[in-house]
Design a binder for this molecule. Structure first.
Ligand SMILES: C[S@@+](CC[C@H](N)C(=O)[O-])C[C@H]1O[C@@H](n2cnc3c(N)ncnc32)[C@H](O)[C@@H]1O
Length: 267
């Protein structure tokens, strides 16, 4: 039997769980950093929107590139009786937090360490799968081919008619190109802006942190960046920040998240 919450009252209950988890997640942060790091929990309402709109989970569900499991927590809150499996390439560094975050969230999920391009799972064992802001990371580390391989691999482990929900900052056209030729049918797509309105003080600190993060990520993925330095990337973000503060009076650090839901066409 499907068990899922799908009305406003339960959305409010999930909102309260987010607030509690965010408080724990940012417990060691100063007040500004609390706002910036707290975004990871819920992603400005986008995760609640996504779990409200995606097909209900009614069997084993795979969440790939689960990172430190913030989307797994949302899945567990929205679909409390689901059987959740998270997969990530590592659980070291910040991702070591995944199991304690799930613990705090009161959500049970099995965490598997593997490359999404080649998973240890048998064909067709999942009734559904998801990926929240993971494809962009796979693209940074393994290029567009890596993303295609990861999506094809996820389709392999989905059962016939199983639902694949992908959420990322890619354009719908990029999603279409990615899914082209794969044995799936897109049944829904949508877009959601982050409900995040930061003032200058928070925005200035955030872009410094994001520039640091960008440099670290590039270093880890061993890419060369002849023409893009910390100063270069920070300058670009500062321009965007100034534009937003001048035109709308607040800063939203990231663009909208787009969601594509597809169903597997062949057994
Ligand atoms: C930004 S996180 C995504 C957010 C995450 N879904 C959440 O709910 O918190 C992206 C993750 O993708 C992981 N990743 C990158 N390449 C991967 C791959 N080839 N296979 C599995 N995970 C990968 C990274 O380790 C990182 O934890």
């Amino acid at each position: 039997m499907r068990t899922y919450i799908n009305n406003q009252a339960d959305d409010d209950a999930i909102h309260a769980k987010e607030d509690k988890l965010r408080e724990w997640f940012t417990r060691h942060c100063d007040p500004i950093r609390k706002i910036i790091d707290g975004l990871d929990i819920g992603w400005g309402g986008v995760q609640r929107w996504a779990t409200r709109r995606m097909p209900a989970i009614d069997g084993p569900h795979l969440d790939l590139a689960c990172g430190y499991a913030t989307f797994l927590a949302q899945l567990g809150w929205r679909f409390p009786e689901s059987c959740l499996i998270g997969l990530n390439i590592d659980y070291s560094g910040p991702h070591a937090l995944a199991s304690s975050l799930l613990n705090q969230a009161g959500v049970t999920a099995t965490l598997v360490q593997a490359d999404a391009r080649q998973t240890p799972f048998a064909d067709g064992i999942f009734t559904s799968a998801s990926c929240f802001l993971g494809l962009q990371d796979i693209q940074i580390g393994f290029g567009k081919d890596g993303v295609r391989q990861a999506v094809a691999e996820t389709i392999r482990v989905l059962q016939f008619n199983g639902a694949l929900t992908l959420l990322d900052t890619f354009s719908i056209k990029q999603f279409q190109d990615l899914l082209d030729d794969l044995p799936i049918l897109v049944v829904d797509h949508g877009e959601r802006h982050l409900n995040v309105h930061w003032d200058r003080q928070v925005a200035e600190r955030a872009i410094e942190l994001y520039a640091d993060g960008w440099v670290t990520q590039i270093r880890l993925s061993k890419q060369t960046t002849q023409d893009r330095t910390w100063d270069g990337i920070h300058h670009q973000m500062a321009e965007e920040m100034e534009h937003q503060l001048a035109t709308q009076g607040y800063y939203t650090p990231f663009g909208p998240v787009r969601m594509v839901v597809a169903r597997k066409l062949k057994p």
